[in-house]
Design a protein around this ligand. Sequence first.
Ligand SMILES: Nc1ncnc2c1ncn2[C@@H]1O[C@H](COP(=O)(O)OP(=O)(O)OP(=O)(O)O)[C@@H](O)[C@H]1O
Length: 249
Amino acid sequence: MTVLRTRGLGWSVGGAVIVSDIDLCVAEGEFLAVIGPNGAGKTSLFNLLSGVLTATSGSIWLDGRDVTGLAPHRRTRLGLGRTFQTASLFPALSVAENVRLAAQAHAGAHLRLWSRADRLPGVSAVAGEAIGRVGLTARSGDPAGGLSHGDKRKLELAVLLAQSPRILLLDEPMAGVSAEEVPALVELIGELHRAEGRTVLMVEHHMDVLLGLADRVAVMHGGRLLACDTPQAVMADPTVQESYLGEPL
Ligand SMILES: Nc1ncnc2c1ncn2[C@@H]1O[C@H](COP(=O)(O)OP(=O)(O)OP(=O)(O)O)[C@@H](O)[C@H]1O
C-alpha cells in the first residue's frame, strides 16, 4: 500500500528552480534512501514533504489524502515526522525535558507551560518509552547540550518517536557522528524500520551505510529525481554514475 506519493512536485524561489517535477511513490514499511551531491535538493524535498516549504507546483499525498497545503504540525498529526540536518534540541534542557516537550506538543497541549508536562496523563510515559527506545534512559537527567554527537542524534530520534510517527523523514542522521558511534545508530534506525514496521525516508551521503538499510534509493541531481531503484541497480546505473562525475555514491 502506498503511504506517501508526490506528483510533479516542485519548488522555485526567486526564479531559481530548486526541486523539479518529482514523482515519488513510497510503500508502507518501505525504507527509501535519498542521495545526491551537495545542493541536489534533498533537504528541500524533505522540507516540502514535511510542510516546512510550500510546493510551487505539483502535489503531495499522504495515505491517499492530498496534504500539499497542510501545515507541518497537521502532517505530524497524520503520522509524518522528521528530524532536521541541524540540531533541533534545547541544549540547556535535560534529555527527558526535550522529549517530554515533543510528547506534550503531540498530545495537543501546545499552550501549556512545559513545566506542567509531567502532569499531563501519558506524556511522561510516552517520553520515557521513547528515551528507552534509543538507549538514553541513563542520561535522562543530563543536559542535552552535554551529549556526544551520536547521543544527540539518538535524542533527536527520541524526540521524533515521542510524536508517534508512522513515517520517519531522517535528514542525515549520521552527520557529525564519530565513526565509532555510527554502527549503533545504523542498528537503531534499522530496528525502527524492520522490527517496528515504520516507513523511513532517509537522506544519507554514505552508500555503505545505506546498503544494509534501504529497500530503494532515490537519486537526486539538480533538483530532479534521476533514478529510484534498489541500491544495487542504482549503483550500476550509468546515468547515475555519469551525473556524479566521479563523486562517490
Ligand atoms: N531558501 C532558499 N533560497 C534560495 N536558495 C535555496 C534556498 N534553500 C535552498 N536553496 C538552494 O537550493 C539548492 C538545494 O539545497 P538543498 O539544501 O535542498 O540541497 P541538499 O541536496 O540537501 O544539499 P546538502 O547535501 O548540501 O545538504 C542549493 O543550491 C541551495 O543553495
